[in-house]
Design a protein around this ligand. Structure first.
Ligand SMILES: *[C@@H]1O[C@H](CO)[C@@H](O)[C@H](O)[C@H]1NC(C)=O
Ligand SMILES: *[C@@H]1O[C@H](CO)[C@@H](O)[C@H](O)[C@H]1NC(C)=O
Ligand SMILES: *[C@@H]1O[C@H](CO)[C@@H](O)[C@H](O)[C@H]1NC(C)=O
Length: 498
């Protein structure tokens, strides 16, 4: 069970080397006449499980699930394995480390199926580095390319464990993202400069060389037993420490350099290629500009989106992008609370349920607008919200207490599990219709799970009104699962269609 600890902002569940609360498993067989309910809330509920008896009388609001009207297929849910995650894991004893990884990847945890891995350093690293630094001149052939000690210490051993934990349970897709190329390749020679270009003229030697850099990364990780599923071209090209500021630079590089180089390497030939990897305010324009090059568009598999500026553009822009480019999937690839730009205090707000609610709201809204999966940022940070050489402290679903061999599971962790545990790769978002409009602060998402079970998650962010709804399947007679979703709670209901 959860061992609670109170903080001014809320409650966390404390884990150590010998104890951690499990999420109660979902049975493969759900008895006719019943549904299973999981609930998390602002009062300390953490994926609490119960059984609902179905009845023949609906409540005032009915949500009808229409499993024959299907939308996008789920790719997965997960988080990111930054160097900071490995640094924080290293502060725990081996059994506590194992416990922490099991929370994310194990069958009694959130069962993540997606993990983002930075190519070299990001702001959540001990230092800034790439895999081909310290060149007196150019190394166009990437002859001196080498993974860093940071990879061997902080990422590779844990990623292998994660892969092992998830191998029989939906699998684990890894995707990689670079922040910056080696400095000697950049026109400004300055790592921090945002919106820089590669040196020299477009398609010159630096371009071909940078494509080699990607290939070498995937070859090096594969030789450690870690195959990748996808690559995003550039983290937040609009921000600091980046290149490829426009969709045109991205489409050109993918078409003329990256895609051909990946295809030529057995370690990278099947990688999905994702563009943008930045805020949704750049949509739909980014996609339209990219699409001006039809050859490049044919090589692009998906569009990667971050959540930080969601307030500046409604989620409907995601549907707009889907309608214009229906063969490109849309994947959320980064999100966190407590970032210095969010207007909230930077770093963790221990136990704060509102932070979990923010995740749930974003995920439901995004899935209702053709997004295929959602990736959290750092899997685990310390109590300050690091380690971050850039002092860019933020929050994370799991916080490591580096002095006591403990880690703290926050509401965000359980919120992620409401989705990740049940919506495995291949699940499908389906149509929901309500007999009455849901109150403004109540949102719902419906899906059919991989094994055919029906799944509905309902979020109530209201301060005053509990909402009672009856879930019903289209075409099935008077069978209703009636549930109450109290203020500031998240409820998942799952049943089998007979
Ligand atoms: C939780 O975080 C929200 C958003 O930053 C903040 O407004 C609220 O005060 C926090 N709650 C508590 C109890 O500190
Ligand atoms: C780990 O947590 C459990 C449950 O709270 C507690 O009984 C146990 O003493 C803890 N172990 C250590 C070494 O603190
Ligand atoms: C780079 O590799 C190519 C092809 O293998 C080779 O012809 C060329 O001499 C190499 N250049 C350098 C500077 O090592």
């Amino acid at each position: 069970d959860c061992v609670p600890r109170e903080f001014p902002a809320g409650t966390v569940c404390v884990c150590n080397a010998t104890h951690c609360d499990d999420i109660e498993p979902l049975e493969s067989f759900i008895a006719p006449g019943t549904a299973i309910l999981y609930r998390s809330d602002s009062k300390g509920g953490r994926m609490d499980k119960s059984t609902v008896k179905q009845t023949s009388n609906p409540a005032r609001i009915t949500i009808e699930i229409d499993a024959s009207t299907t939308f996008q297929e789920i790719i997965g849910f997960g988080g990111a394995f930054t160097d900071a995650v490995g640094v924080n894991l290293a502060a725990l004893s081996n059994p506590a480390q194992d416990n922490l990884l099991r929370q994310y990847y194990g069958p009694s945890g959130a069962e993540y199926t997606l993990t983002r891995v930075p190519i070299a350093a990001c702001d959540f690293s001990l230092r800034i580095y790439t895999y081909d630094d310290n060149q007196p001149g150019e190394d166009f052939n990437m002859t001196n390319f080498a993974l860093a000690n940071d990879d061997y210490q902080y990422k590779i051993p844990h990623l292998k464990q994660a892969l092992e934990l998830q191998k029989d349970n939906g699998g684990l897709k890894l995707f990689a993202t670079p922040w910056t190329p080696p400095i000697w390749m950049k026109d400004e020679g300055d790592t921090f400069h945002g919106g820089a270009l590669l040196k020299g003229e477009q398609d010159g030697p630096y371009y071909a060389s940078y494509a080699k850099y990607f290939v070498k990364f995937f070859e090096a990780y594969l030789s450690e037993g870690l195959p990748f599923w996808a690559v995003t071209l550039q983290n937040e090209p609009s921000d600091w420490n980046t290149i490829f500021p426009t969709a045109k630079y991205q489409s050109n590089f993918i078409k003329n350099h990256l895609a051909p180089a990946l295809k030529a390497s057995p370690a990278a030939a099947n990688l999905k290629i994702l563009g943008l990897d930045d805020q949704r305010v750049y949509l739909p324009e980014w996609a339209d500009e990219f699409a001006e090059d039809a050859d490049a568009l044919a090589l692009l598999d998906g569009i990667a989106v971050h959540w930080y500026a969601d307030h500046a553009k409604p989620a409907s822009v995601l549907s707009e992008v889907h309608e214009k480019h229906p063969d490109k999937f849309i994947l959320y690839t980064e999100a966190c609370n407590g970032s210095p730009t969010s207007g909230n205090p930077a770093g963790p707000s221990l136990g704060n349920y509102t932070y979990g609610e923010n995740y749930a709201h974003s995920i439901i809204e995004d899935l209702n607008n053709w997004v295929s999966g959602w990736t959290d940022w750092n899997l685990a940070l310390n109590t300050q919200g690091g380690y971050s050489w850039f002092m860019n402290f933020v929050d994370s679903p799991i916080i490591v207490e580096t002095n006591t061999n403990e880690f703290l599971k926050q509401p965000m962790y359980y919120v992620m599990a409401h989705f990740s545990k049940f919506l495995k790769p291949g699940a499908r978002v389906v149509k929901l219709s309500m007999t009455r409009e849901l109150p403004e602060k109540v949102k719902a998402i419906g899906a059919v799970m991989v094994d055919g079970k029906r799944y509905v998650t309902i979020l109530n962010r209201d301060d005053y009104e509990d909402v009672t709804v009856s879930l019903h399947e289209k075409g099935v007679g008077s069978v209703y699962s009636t549930v109450t979703v109290p203020v500031h709670s998240l409820v998942t209901v799952i049943w089998t269609k007979y």
